[in-house]
Design a protein around this ligand. Structure first.
Ligand code: ADP
Ligand code: MG
Length: 701
């Protein structure tokens, strides 16, 4: 065992052809040991197993040919580059090949050699391949790494070539393949039709066929997902093993809560409420994530859960990320809960010391039933008499920290985390696999859908006219800019940054003095002090301002039903999720609303973003698109969200594998929670080594 592992840990520099310089380059790719090489997977593959006759070559495509070298030349260009050229004949036609600044090639080839070339076919005055990959075809040499087969193409940086890495990988496989440990138990491999790890590693690099490659990939990705899901299963099990609070649900209670509402709950809200009732009345602590787009009505669901805990003689707390949001919750919850005889209190920064101490005392004595505040304050200083439920609003770390802190203080309440970041199911299963999830999909009745257009700069004038029409009808408009104020005065005369970005301050001036001079224009951005900001917001809300020019500060916490238009300047500079959040500011009243994305996108990615926002109002579809465009790491702003590192699989494309891995992992943990059975030993070892030291990353433990 010891020896086997040592073989996998063989440093790369012990391999032939690896000196100090190459060793350095390899370590930049993260390749230090044989094992690193074995698990350095190709980014893609090229099918070079079939040769194309020169006669049949297609211009513009990558193809493989074989033939005989009929001429060789080497010359200097005017710019003094050395060009090495050859002509190859395969009896159906002649093709030329050229390489630049590789003088040694001259000695490598000779006339009459049988050769294989792989490259893009181009037509200048003749058929050509520029800098193709090459291989001399020696008679009897069957097992070439680079030609006549499905060839791996690795993600590389400068200094290391594909050919070099292929050779190295081949050497690592022959030397160390035998040392690879099988971690998956035999019964599991049989049930899920998974190939052995040795077969998988060999075929992920040098597949004999595409079906073999498929099997290899599936096996490797399965193992990766499976280990992750095992960790989640263990975590979740640990949580479930804890003592719950066993809330009782009285029949009349829900009815009287609902009767007090001025609206009918949506199906999603009803379902979420029944999920929560089930959790809170079970003998285990609730650990639930409530997802729903902005405006889908999560607050009322939280209010119900809070009321339920109070009804059972406990206290509840709701934590918001900002004071503005805490205040909003306080107002809404007071309205909903005070009539039920529930005592709600707000705890935020500005409260004076004397009052604060009184509040602390009342929380400790149990006189206050529900505390509303920011994360920070509640985590720091509050002592409860009997905490039954903690609601965490709009946080990405999703209750991890809160649970830990509350636990340290000796509480183990039910936890409900709410988020408007629609997390695609794929991600939910991956990252938050230890949480139960309720989703509110539909919006409350009566909302008018927002009409979204993406338009280009040339339509600016028409857009202004359109906004004026809306203003004439008595509506208000938001104008969002990506920048507060340009620092350099060098602009192109149209008030733009050199890079074309609009700034809020400049736009404000232009709108006030020229474009919308008949209306009242306001300005709002993050560098204004909060008094000024408050005043502007109040004026906008009261209708004293017609057009509000701002930066993304309006993203959260603003509700002006009369605002029916939003113009987003340089919309290509905003992220998908951000555009969707911004758009959520309009469409809040009875008026038809319009979101206009003004942009001449420079990249295909930006264009895809704009089309996605234009194409749907569904936050989940937007999130899926975002995930697809940016990848999971970026999607969540990487690490801070606890996204575990996934190296091999693609959680979007390989979602079916994730689901199977999850099912198997949860079953295994149910049967053998400690992974103590003999055939689970290797798995346990792998699990410990993968998640050691970063347990909070996957939130194990
Ligand atoms: P979010 O999910 O973004 O937190 P809120 O809870 O703030 O959404 O709800 C947005 C608005 O919708 C609130 O004014 C709320 O009173 C209202 N609302 C919630 N549920 C319903 C419903 N079922 N029918 C009509 N209006 C609702
Ligand atoms: Mg909310």
């Amino acid at each position: 065992m010891q020896e086997k592992n040592n073989l996998l840990k063989t440093p790369v520099r012990y391999f032939k052809g690896v000196g100090p310089k190459r060793g350095e380059l390899l370590s930049k790719l993260g390749l230090q040991t044989a094992e690193d090489i074995l698990y350095y997977l190709p980014a893609r593959y090229e099918d070079r197993s079939n040769f194309t006759a020169v006669r049949d070559l297609k211009i513009g495509e990558h193809q493989t040919i074989q033939g005989e070298i009929i001429t060789l030349t080497s010359r200097l260009t005017k710019a003094r580059h050395r060009v090495f050229q050859m002509a190859i004949n395969d009896r159906t036609g002649i093709i030329h090949a050229a390489w630049f600044n590789q003088p040694y090639l001259k000695d490598y080839f000779k006339k009459g050699d049988k050769i294989v070339l792989y490259g893009k076919v181009e037509l200048y005055d003749k058929l050509q391949m520029i800098q193709p990959e090459y291989e001399i075809f020696k008679v009897g040499e069957v097992d070439s790494l680079n030609m006549g087969r499905i060839v791996p193409v690795y993600p590389l940086t400068g200094g290391i070539t594909q050919r070099y890495l292929r050779t190295l990988t081949d050497a690592a496989i022959s030397k160390c393949q035998g040392a690879l440990d099988e971690t998956l138990p035999t019964y599991l491999k049989a049930r899920e039709k998974l190939v052995d790890i040795k077969f998988a590693i060999k075929n992920i690099h040098f597949p004999v066929s595409f079906p073999n490659l498929e099997k290899a990939y599936r096996r490797i990705v399965f193992e990766e997902f499976f280990t992750l899901q095992l960790a989640l299963a263990i975590k979740k099990r640990g949580l479930k093993a804890e003592e719950g609070l066993n809330h009782k649900i009285e029949a009349g209670f829900a009815a009287s809560f609902k009767a007090a509402l001025t609206f009918e709950l949506t199906e999603g809200q009803k379902k979420a409420i029944s999920d929560i009732e089930r959790d809170m009345s079970s003998s285990r602590p609730m650990n639930r994530l409530l997802e729903g787009d902005v405006g889908s009505g999560k607050t009322v669901v939280a209010a119900y859960a809070l009321a339920l805990t109070v009804q059972n003689g406990f206290q509840g707390v709701i934590m918001a990320p900002t004071e503005v949001l805490a205040r909003q919750h306080f107002i809404v919850l007071s309205e909903l809960l005070m009539p039920l005889g529930i005592n709600v209190e707000l705890l935020i920064g500005g409260i004076d010391e004397k009052r604060r101490l009184v509040i602390y005392g009342d929380i400790k004595s149990g006189k206050i039933n529900i505390v509303v505040g920011t994360h920070a304050i509640i985590q720091e200083s509050v002592e409860f008499k009997k905490l039954g439920l903690a609601v965490v609003d709009e946080q990405h770390k999703f209750g991890v920290t809160q649970r830990a802190i509350l636990k340290q203080k000796g509480y183990n309440p039910h936890i409900l985390v709410m988020t408007a970041t629609p997390i695609p199911r794929t991600l939910a299963l991956t990252v938050y696999g230890d949480l139960d999830v309720s989703v509110i999909k539909e919006m409350p009745k009566g909302r008018k859908p927002i009409v979204t257009y993406w338009v280009e700069e040339e339509k600016r004038k028409e857009i202004y006219d359109f906004i004026k029409e809306e203003l004439e009808k008595g509506r208000q408009a938001y104008v969002v800019c990506p920048l507060i104020e340009r620092r350099e005065m060098k602009d192109d005369g149209r008030g733009m940054m050199e890079d074309g970005r609009q700034d809020a301050v400049g736009t404000f001036k232009k709108f006030k003095d020229e474009i919308f001079s008949n209306y009242t224009v306001g300005l709002l951005h993050g560098r204004m002090n909060s008094q000024k900001k408050d005043k502007v917001m109040k004026d906008f809300k009261k209708g004293k301002i017609d057009v509000l020019v701002s930066t993304v500060v309006i993203e959260v916490g603003i509700d002006v039903p009369n605002a029916s238009v939003m113009l987003v300047e340089n919309a290509d500079r905003f992220g998908l999720a951000q555009l969707h959040q911004l758009r959520g500011r309009i469409g809040r009243g009875e008026h038809e609303s319009y979101c206009i994305l003004l942009a001449d996108p420079k990249t295909e990615e930006a264009e895809r973003r704009l089309k996605a926002v234009e194409g749907t109002l569904d936050g989940f579809q937007i999130a899926e698109a975002d995930l697809d465009i940016r990848g999971p790491g970026e999607f969540f702003g990487t690490r801070q969200h606890g996204l575990p590192e996934i190296r091999f699989g693609n959680i979007l494309k390989d979602f079916d594998i994730m689901e199977i891995a999850r099912k198997e992992a949860f079953e295994l943990v149910a049967k053998d929670p400690g992974l103590d059975e003999e055939h689970h030993r290797a798995l346990k070892k792998r699990l410990v080594s993968r998640f050691k030291g970063k347990l909070e990353l996957i939130r194990v433990g």
